[in-house]
Design a binder for this molecule. Structure first.
Ligand code: ZN
Length: 85
């Protein structure tokens, strides 16, 4: 059994600032090219979070009203009401 949606989202949320600061420090101290790695990692983690979907209906679980990305996983899917782990 894979980690729950909630655990995976929290891992992504924790990794985001850590990875961001890591590449920002490299960009300012080593090479400006690490700015590209910074953007790539931010987009990757954002994409990963976005793709945490309800196993029942496929709706992205962090979306509120299809527009706003929330930094938590709701108890129930906002689209179909299925309980989320
Ligand atoms: Zn659903």
């Amino acid at each position: 059994m894979a980690h729950s949606l909630r655990v995976r989202l929290y891992v992504a949320l924790i990794a985001w600032p850590i990875v961001g600061v890591f590449f920002a420090v490299l960009a300012f101290n080593v090479s400006h090219w690490f700015i590209l790695a910074l953007f790539a990692s931010m987009i990757s983690i954002g994409w990963y979070s976005w793709n945490l979907r309800c196993p029942s209906c496929g709706q992205s679980v962090i979306l509120i009203g299809g527009v706003i990305a929330a930094p938590w996983v709701p108890k129930n899917c906002r689209n179909c009401g299925r309980p989320l782990a």
